[in-house]
Design a protein around this ligand. Structure first.
Ligand SMILES: Nc1ncnc2c1ncn2[C@@H]1O[C@H](COP(=O)(O)OP(=O)(O)OP(=O)(O)O)[C@@H](O)[C@H]1O
Length: 254
């Protein structure tokens, strides 16, 4: 882990009409941290992610990334700054191949206007192809580059989604339930994959599978009813009586 603070969330509050979904949430994130976010259904976890990515803006409070205020910046600007996310549901273009999905993401990352795959500028496209090929090699997917996403298993599709998130070179990757709906072997595969991501990459992971999240995190944030109930090491969270009583209905966490 590194000392450098990259993300500062200061007293954010989110209301939808009369409903106060997040209340005074404050949170600093350092480079390279692996942060697990847990909490009962409706606690505000996905809303919190949406505020970090710019899919929503807070009603009150501020968010800074690498010292710059991004509170009201739209999603695409934050992506360029290095905040990437994967979704609870697959967000891939299923009729396209793995390679084509990757090219589209890289095209966006480099700000190359969408010209589909017409070679408008040979040099930039060659570089794009080379970058895509190298990524496929790293992720062990070169042999399947032309496989259409719709022909992959659900677990493989989630793997591709994580690869696409990492391909944008983010400094923070937000993962919303990366193992939801997976078999045990697919879950084990994704956990290994996440453990092996570059250590400077900050991960924030929402996950209901407690074995998975305790295994991946070096810090855990427990959201309850829109506020931060606990922010601590996994060991301390396991022993936190309030977390056990409120989040787990008195059972000991894991
Ligand atoms: N756009 C919206 N308009 C109104 N209410 C919303 C909106 N988005 C979320 N909510 C409400 O905010 C609350 C928190 O939702 P959120 O999805 O952030 O919870 P969560 O902790 O991610 O839950 P889960 O674990 O079930 O995914 C819920 O009661 C939800 O219905």
């Amino acid at each position: 882990m590194y000392e450098e603070t990259i993300l500062e969330v200061n007293a954010i509050n989110k209301r939808f009409g009369g409903l106060e979904i997040l209340k005074e949430v404050s949170f600093d994130v350092s480079r390279g941290e692996r942060i697990g976010i847990i909490g009962p259904n409706g606690a505000g976890k996905t809303t919190f992610f949406n505020l970090l990515t710019g899919d929503l803006t807070p009603t009150q409070g501020t968010i800074a990334f690498h010292g710059k205020h991004i509170t009201n910046e739209p999603n695409y600007k934050r992506t360029r700054r290095g905040i990437a996310r994967t979704f609870q549901k697959n967000n891939l273009l299923e009729k396209l191949s793995i390679f084509e999905n990757l090219l589209l993401v890289l095209q966006r990352k480099h700000g190359i206007k969408s010209t589909w795959f017409k070679v408008r500028n040979n040099r930039s496209y060659r570089a794009l192809y080379e970058e895509a090929e190298a990524l496929l090699e790293t992720w062990g997917l070169h042999g399947r580059r032309n496989t259409k996403v719709e022909n992959l298993s659900y677990g493989e599709q989630r793997q591709i989604e994580i690869m696409l998130g990492v391909a944008t070179d983010p400094s923070v990757l937000l993962l919303d339930e990366p193992t939801a709906g997976m078999s045990q072997s697919e879950t084990d595969y994704i956990v290994e994959l996440l453990k092996n991501l570059p250590e400077a990459l900050t991960l924030m992971i929402i996950e209901h599978d407690l074995d998975v999240i305790f295994g991946l995190s070096d810090r855990m944030l427990v959201l309850y009813n829109g506020h931060v109930l606990a922010d601590d090491t996994p060991e301390a969270i396991r022993d936190n009586q309030q977390v056990n009583e409120i989040y787990m209905g008195k059972a000991r966490v894991v």
